[in-house]
Design a protein around this ligand. Structure first.
Ligand code: KG4
Ligand code: ZN
Length: 337
């Protein structure tokens, strides 16, 4: 089954064609992120205008790259939310129109469902992830820990009480004067820093919870910068990155104690691109997986096509089912305990 997917939840215009949820025929992305480096964040109106310009040329290019015509496509998938409403509408209106004129079923996918499927991309038949899986999805918009027994079966173990992990990277980097997006720039700076230079607190470490929190850490960074005006940015970056990542690892360890039957742990979402996080999580006693390529960690359309395939396989009734585009929609619609 070949699915053409469109993802436009934030500032990116992404189009992909994926076979049977794993084989990526093309995965294209155009981003206006560079334009937002100056503003330090996305301007929604501006992002949507750029997406409108990119959408049709990218669809043509994606079909060409994959060597497909509309007759080779079995279904259209699109991110239905959450995200920036103007951006989501560009994607969903395009997908609805395409599905209607091509006569193909349309599948609306929750953005997080896409991230959760990203560890299946480019896997071979004898190296498919095995359920139950403990999945941490950490991005600029959410930080959630899931226990899943199938693609569409599972429950939420913990989520952030304030900022998302990626948002903590972005805000911390901005305080340090590092460019947007903060995750990659802080990771780069941290490479030449001393991660024991500052002893930042690990939020909620003593609490019996699988939730996350970052606001205290941000405040600690502000005080450290005030009290040590000559501190090296590299040291601040390395210490701050360590505090975020150790908390993520700590939650995995606590979750594994509660769910010893888990066969694999998965790191997904933009923050899973972080090499320090991947390195420290290697101590976990079971198989650790992150997306096979960095471009599958950050927002992309291949993961949406993959999620659509598994949703259609496990819940065929959702193929062609009506859905609403929404800036904030609960994931529970697709994943039920
Ligand atoms: O999943 P994603 O592309 O978009 C959202 O759904 O939000 O995640 C973007 C987030 C940003 O906050 C960015 O700073 C963070 O992921 N990120 C990273 C790295 N690359 C991207 N955080 C830490 N280390 C990285 N290497
Ligand atoms: Zn995302």
């Amino acid at each position: 089954m070949r699915i053409l997917a469109i993802e436009t939840s934030c500032d990116e215009t992404a189009v992909a064609i994926v076979e049977n949820g794993t084989k990526v025929l093309t995965n294209m992305i155009a981003t206006s992120r560079d334009a937002f480096a100056k503003t330090g964040g996305v301007i929604p109106e501006e992002a949507a205008r750029k997406q409108l310009e990119c959408m049709l040329p990218m669809l043509h290019q994606a079909l060409k790259e994959a060597g497909c015509t509309k007759d080779d496509i079995d279904a259209i998938a699109v991110t239905k939310g959450p995200g920036l409403m103007g951006s989501l509408l560009i994607g969903t209106v395009t997908a609805r129109t395409l599905a209607s004129i091509w006569g193909k079923p349309l599948i609306g996918i929750h953005h997080t469902m896409g991230h959760l499927s990203s560890t299946w991309l480019d896997t071979t038949e004898d190296d498919q992830p095995q359920f139950p899986v403990l999945s941490l999805s950490a991005s600029g918009g959410h930080t959630e820990l899931w226990y899943r027994t199938a693609h569409t079966q599972g429950h939420l173990l913990g989520r952030t009480r304030d900022d998302a992990a990626g948002e903590a990277f972005d805000k911390g980097a901005s305080l340090m004067g590092l460019p947007y997006p903060g995750g990659p720039s802080m990771a780069k700076s941290a490479e030449s820093g001393d991660d024991s230079a500052f002893d930042f607190p690990i939020p909620l470490k003593k609490e019996k919870t699988l939730d996350f929190s970052y606001s205290g850490l941000k405040t600690a960074l502000k005080y450290a910068m005030r009290d040590h005006p000559d501190a090296k940015t590299e040291d601040l970056a390395a210490s701050f990155q360590k505090a975020i990542n150790v908390q993520l690892l700590d939650r995995f360890q606590a979750a594994l104690e509660q769910y010893p039957d888990a066969k694999e742990v998965h790191l997904v979402g933009g923050v899973s691109a972080n090499q320090h996080l991947r390195k420290i999580c290697a101590v976990l006693p079971i198989k650790l997986r992150a997306p096979t390529q960095i471009r599958y960690c950050t927002d992309n359309a291949a993961m949406i096509a993959s999620a659509a395939y598994f949703l259609a396989t496990e819940k065929p009734e959702t193929l062609g089912e009506k859905f609403e585009t929404g800036a904030s929609i609960p994931l529970t619609e697709a994943l039920s305990a």
